[in-house]
Design a protein around this ligand. Structure first.
Ligand SMILES: [Zn+2]
Ligand SMILES: [Zn+2]
Length: 93
């Protein structure tokens, strides 16, 4: 049986389903995960909303949103373009 993994950091889980692990997703915060240096940052809601809007995502509520980027501010080269995937924790299932 193939086990699922965290879609953000790739950590393997115990069930076949993919998931977002508790390190990567916080239902009350916006988390940024860097694919290159594996750093996680918590963004404040204003920053997160502005950054999402710049990239064409319009969220009224940014809590529980995870931004997965190729490079964060710390490891970005001057000429690199940020490639971003957006995930969101699901509530109230
Ligand atoms: Zn994870
Ligand atoms: Zn980084």
């Amino acid at each position: 049986m193939d086990l699922g993994h965290c879609v953000v950091c790739g950590k393997q889980g115990k069930t076949p389903d993919n998931f977002i692990c508790s390190d990567c997703g916080d239902p009350l915060e916006t988390t940024l995960f860097c694919r290159n240096c594996h750093k996680r940052l918590t963004l404040n809601p204003g920053t997160a909303r502005a950054f999402l809007a710049e990239n064409g995502y319009d969220f009224e509520d940014v809590r529980g949103v995870i931004l997965k980027v190729d490079h964060c501010g710390d490891c970005m080269a001057d000429d690199s373009v940020v490639d971003m995937d957006v995930y969101r924790l699901r509530f109230g299932r």
